[in-house]
Design a protein. Structure first.
Length: 196
């Protein structure tokens, strides 16, 4: 799919399925991801040429845990929104709620904060929301802390891709760097779908 998308973006043309007519287009493409694309390129799950085709201007939106100043504003906004939606116009936060919201890591980002506030509003029976009204998960997100592939096959695949890149795609030289025979490296490339 990535190679097809790359072709469409490079040619600025598309041939619909079942049609012999080519449609040309002029668009501005905006894409978003929560993946680390440099990591995905490194392990071979995202095409480097597609990355550079998409990456004209990159805007990094930091996760909510890195924008503590936004947490209170968003919590206030969501409280006003859901208090109106559920007909609880006098609902307010107790001051201690802010501390709990600021110290939580928000692995689900703004969506998790929004749902947390909505849940607290729905379940509230008083006009004052306390820290006990917020049931926040205490799991740790390994995706954000990972600096190396977690599975052995990902590590091996990553090492092969890196060795091929280091050796200008020469399978003989890459095999020598990895301490493998050419045939073994050839078989591993075939197994992992690595082209060189």
């Amino acid at each position: 799919m990535q190679s097809k998308l790359l072709g469409v973006l490079q040619n600025r043309a598309v041939n619909p399925v079942g049609s012999s007519e080519t449609f040309y287009f002029d668009i501005r493409l905006i894409s978003a991801t929560n993946k680390d694309l440099q990591y995905e390129i490194g392990i071979g799950t995202f095409r480097e040429d597609l990355f550079y085709r998409l990456n004209t201007v990159m805007i990094r939106v930091p996760p909510l845990r890195e924008r503590e100043e936004d947490i209170i504003y968003l919590a206030e906004y969501f409280l006003k929104r859901f208090a109106g939606k559920y007909n609880k116009p006098n609902l307010k936060y107790r001051q201690s709620v802010y501390g709990k919201l600021l110290h939580y890591k928000w692995p689900g980002n703004i969506r998790e904060l929004m749902h947390g506030v909505e849940k607290a509003v729905i379940l509230s029976s008083d006009n004052l929301l306390t820290e006990n009204d917020f049931i926040l998960e205490s799991h740790q997100s390994t995706a954000d802390n990972r600096t190396w592939p977690l599975r052995f096959r990902d590590i091996e695949r990553h090492a092969i891709i890196r060795a091929l890149k280091n050796n200008n795609q020469s399978i003989v030289n890459a095999a020598r760097e990895l301490g493998l025979t050419r045939q073994t490296l050839f078989n591993k490339c075939k197994r992992y779908g690595i082209t060189y």
